[in-house]
Write a protein of this length. Sequence first.
Length: 80
Amino acid sequence: KQAAAIGYSFPRLPGTPLSKVIPHASEEAIQVMSAMMLWDPNARPTCPTTIQFPFFRIGLTLRAPLGSDSSKPPSSTPPS
């Protein structure tokens, strides 16, 4: 509203695909983040709608990040 009050218009620039910014994110994660970051706040999903996205399904099996060895069990010791 303040920008409109002084007659300023934010430039419309093409977005960078989230899959380029976060290359190891799953498709489900990209989908929910993209929806939550829409420019128009009225087009963004509500909280009850957001938790219906596949990313939040309990027990959803997600593929291992690229470059990881999914055959190894996760380490119980945090990296130092």
